[in-house]
Design a protein around this ligand. Structure first.
Ligand SMILES: [Zn+2]
Length: 290
């Protein structure tokens, strides 16, 4: 059985009309990602029961259900309420990560406390440039300290600056992310999307409290980079993730599932031991599930 360390989910009243939902909340960045003005959207939508069905079909024991990186704290509150409901239904299958926006101030930190009390295991996905605050924001600093106190991991979106432009592409300076991790050594970080493959280009030392998830890599890299990437950052620091239900194989006309990304990973030249680490023992250790 495997663990997917990076998925998202929305209730039907959000995705039936993303425009009607995002409009009054001013969540324009999210809308630009799921409903781009140019080109076809890669976003697909699933219900909680479809998620559970796809997990069973793909041999996925648990998923890390990440919140979106909302621009407003009120949207974080809504996202938290969806996750609470789903977590109550499936506590054995979901690992919930709490929504957070530093602009929310103390109420944003209070929301994190409520989430940890409810059994959430992490914070994120965070994307400060998209959410309107800096990596040096003092409220973010407090959130990272709270994460450490609660043995919670924090997932940050990382953009690969070298890939083609796509809707919602935003700069996430790798130096700023490394500085943040270096100045919060007691906090476990997860840099999403293989850290934008920046570790393959950077000579900077990556601190021990940073792991990387593989979400969206089939879409970003035509030739899989898992072998090279794991050799560079260490197999113990890599987590299997998909960004389900995003269409990461856009030519596939079927709705997204977990099988495609698992097959790509298993065919990538990694050993059975390495696959087991990425899909099972690493997330269990990093998310404190043991
Ligand atoms: Zn994501």
């Amino acid at each position: 059985m495997a663990i997917d360390s990076h998925i998202h989910l929305y209730p039907a009243d959000v995705y039936h009309s993303p425009v009607a939902w995002a409009g009054p909340r001013d969540e324009t960045y999210w809308l630009s990602c799921v409903n781009p003005s140019k080109g076809k959207s890669l976003q697909a939508w699933k219900t909680i029961s479809e998620l559970l069905h796809d997990m069973d079909a793909g041999g996925i024991e648990k998923v890390a259900l990440l919140a979106w990186y909302w621009e407003f704290h009120d949207s974080c509150i809504e996202n938290f309420s969806w996750q609470l409901e789903w977590l109550k239904m499936h506590p054995d299958r979901l690992i919930c990560f709490a929504p957070f926006n530093a602009k929310g101030g103390q109420p944003a930190l209070d929301l994190l406390e409520s989430a940890f009390d409810a059994g959430f295991k992490g914070i994120g996905e965070l994307n400060p440039p998209a959410q309107g605050y800096g990596y040096d924001d003092p409220v973010l600093d407090q959130a990272l300290q709270l994460a450490a106190q609660n043995n919670a991991a924090v997932n940050f979106h990382v953009t690969d600056p070298t890939t083609r432009d796509y809707p919602g592409k935003i700069d996430t300076p790798f130096d700023s992310l490394l500085d943040l991790a270096s100045s919060h050594l007691n906090t476990q970080f997860v840099f999403a999307h293989l850290g934008g493959c920046e570790p393959l280009r950077s000579e900077e030392r990556i601190p021990n409290n940073v792991a990387f998830d593989t979400a969206v890599s089939p879409l970003l890299y035509k030739t899989p980079v898992y072998r090279e990437f794991c050799d560079k950052v260490g197999i113990e620091n890599v987590l299997f993730g998909t960004d389900y239900p995003l269409r990461i194989f856009p030519r596939d006309i079927n709705p997204p599932n977990f099988l495609g990304p698992l097959v790509e990973l298993r065919d990538s030249g990694l050993s059975a031991f390495e696959i087991e680490a990425i899909t099972n023992s690493n997330p269990k250790r990093i998310f404190n599930l043991l």
